[in-house]
Design a protein around this ligand. Structure first.
Ligand SMILES: [Zn+2]
Ligand SMILES: [Zn+2]
Length: 344
């Protein structure tokens, strides 16, 4: 039996470990994909600490791109040798939510790298319909991070109904924020305000055309109000996952503005109903994952040069537990890193 290397979580609250596993044969409708790049996401730090992941031992990694190594019975596409990136939600395709185009709510849905083995490995087994063609001009590293941060950033902008002429504020310029700034501009937002406390990340957002708002220098809500002649923004996208920044996102809204919340937190959110919501007909909108259909759209943004992930990847590490644990430690400490990718 051939074997392959993987970096796995044996139990929550422990560092990831180097492992050797038996290579799975793809079943009917499945693929075996040789991983060429896997993104390390802030969610993975949560899963390592025991928040969110449901089974152990588990191979983490939900941002995956690679080459099809083997196909199971009944698979007509893709073919062995094809470059692919993997949609991380494995869904039934048949339930009410799947049929309504809300597949992220599939009752039997599983997320790779969270509910089933993911891409911190040399190989991964997935249903063939999770594989999306990765054009030759898009590097594997970019294909990998598209699958989480960029796709969820696009979904957040769609949920916030960002349209041409809208003023947009993006709270948090990490892996998602760098994509959100560029995609908001691609959707013809009039101005994009980028809120963060990290000067490196603010400078990056500025290079992508955003107006940086340094939250260390003062209240970002006041800064946004001052920059918009008191009106506020039509859409605020919260990507940090703290009650404070969510409240700031809501307080930054213009009349009929939409705050799309995509950062994860267990904290309680506090709003002043009249001032923040009713009086402005503002909306608070939850954002969960993204849709397979949005992946094709992302490829088009890249093809048109509207989404550039070159500066989003700040480091490449080997498939080794020590290196990956170090990156996860850095994410927990909110260091300068935007996105780090594993190249097995
Ligand atoms: Zn992710
Ligand atoms: Zn379903």
């Amino acid at each position: 039996m051939p074997t392959y290397r993987a970096v796995r979580l044996a139990a929550p609250g422990h560092p990831l470990e180097d492992s050797v596993l038996e290579a799975p044969a793809p079943g009917p409708g499945e693929l075996l994909v040789q991983v060429k790049a896997a993104g390390i996401c802030h969610s993975d730090a949560h899963y390592r600490s025991g928040v969110g992941s449901t089974r152990h031992p588990l191979t983490l990694g939900h941002e995956v791109a690679g080459v099809v190594a083997a196909v199971g019975a009944k698979v007509t596409a893709p073919r062995v040798g094809d470059r692919v990136c993997l949609h991380y939600l494995v869904t039934c395709g048949e339930c009410l939510d799947c049929r309504a185009g809300r597949e992220q709510f599939c009752a039997t849905g599983e997320m790779i790298g969270k509910d089933r083995d993911g891409g911190y490995a040399e190989f991964i087994r997935v249903p063939a319909r999770n594989a999306h063609p990765l054009p030759a001009e898009i590097p594997f590293e970019h294909g990998a991070i598209l699958m989480c941060s960029s796709a969820t950033a696009l979904h957040a902008l769609r949920k916030a109904r960002v349209a041409a002429g809208d003023a947009v504020a993006v709270f948090g310029i990490g892996g998602l924020g760098v994509s959100a700034v560029q995609l908001a501009r691609a959707l013809d937002a009039s101005t994009v305000y980028a809120v963060d406390v990290n000067p490196t990340k603010l400078a990056l957002a500025k290079r992508f055309g955003a107006v940086p708002i340094d939250a260390r220098a003062g209240d970002p809500v006041q800064a946004i109000r001052a920059a918009t002649a008191g009106r506020g923004v039509d859409a605020a996208i919260e990507l940090i996952g703290s009650a404070r920044t969510m409240e700031q996102a809501v307080q930054s809204l213009a009349p009929q503005g939409r705050a799309a919340l995509a950062g994860l937190t267990q904290e309680r959110l506090s709003v002043a109903p009249y001032r923040d919501i009713l009086g402005r007909e503002a909306e608070i909108i939850g954002v969960s994952d993204h849709l397979a259909s949005e992946i094709g759209e992302l490829m088009q943004f890249i093809a048109r040069g509207e989404l550039n992930l070159r500066e989003a990847i700040t480091r490449v590490v080997p498939l080794e537990a020590a290196a990956i644990n170090g990156v996860l430690d850095g994410l927990e400490a909110f260091r300068d890193e935007v996105r780090c990718v594993i190249r097995p």
